[in-house]
Design a protein around this ligand. Sequence first.
Ligand SMILES: Nc1ncnc2c1ncn2[C@@H]1O[C@H](COP(=O)(O)OP(=O)(O)O)[C@@H](O)[C@H]1O
Ligand SMILES: [Mg+2]
Length: 257
Amino acid sequence: MQATGKPVCIRFRCTFGCAVVPLHVYDASTIDALIHPFLVYNSVIYTVSGIKGGSGRSTTAANLFVFLEKQGRKVLACDADEQQSFSYFMEVRQVLPPLQVFGEDLLKKLKPLIGQYDDIVIDCGGRDSASQRAALTLADASLIPVAPRATDRWTLNAVYELLDKAQGFNTKLQAFLFFSRTDHRGMNGSAVGEASDYLRPDTAWCRFVPLPIGNRVAYDKAMGWGQSVLEYQPTDPKAIAEITSLFTHVQQAITKK
Ligand SMILES: Nc1ncnc2c1ncn2[C@@H]1O[C@H](COP(=O)(O)OP(=O)(O)O)[C@@H](O)[C@H]1O
Ligand SMILES: [Mg+2]
């Protein structure tokens, strides 16, 4: 965490009431280090998964990571894809590298960390891998970007099969499929309509979210700078609006449960 230098207050709550202690000499990072050992988080685990390369998983994971951090949440980034796009993103961003959890190691490495973060974001590779299966057995939410194109749609049966198996083990899992990299015609019209024919009817835990992510230059450019579209300049208001709507929807659905 970066030191902000801002004076902060800690509010202590106990059976006798509340005490507010101003700590003008400390910055936020010092406070974090002091209280961290005593904090236990109710970690929300997000995976970004699917079985088609290039559908926008790493881009979604990177934007979700920033979206959650901007809320002041303590977020652990995990890269479960040997392609390491999420790791490169963090390197360009010049922050701590994500925890790399390739293959069957995932459960062993990740389980002890649950409870130390508000959120854990796992970028899964674009195939049915041991790490994707393991990640799904832990996840509260799986975000699945689907490009509304034939080759992506052909993978959907396998995606549903994988999700069904995971849900058999992990009944808290909720899956959110959404269209990603839609072109402008598709955003409003026939491409999205046509692709939705291939989607399975929603169930209580596996839903199609009609909040598409457009194919926009800003996503690629922002990634290259280690940024989310929420940070990237010049701003792309449409990208910001759509990514915020999607993540807010998922976050609220998880919290409501
Ligand atoms: N919404 C989007 N608009 C434009 N380009 C995108 C978008 N999402 C992803 N991309 C680009 O598509 C490529 C693949 O995206 P990536 O997130 O790496 O997919 P995956 O992780 O599923 O393989 C990258 O070059 C990325 O910058
Ligand atoms: Mg990727």
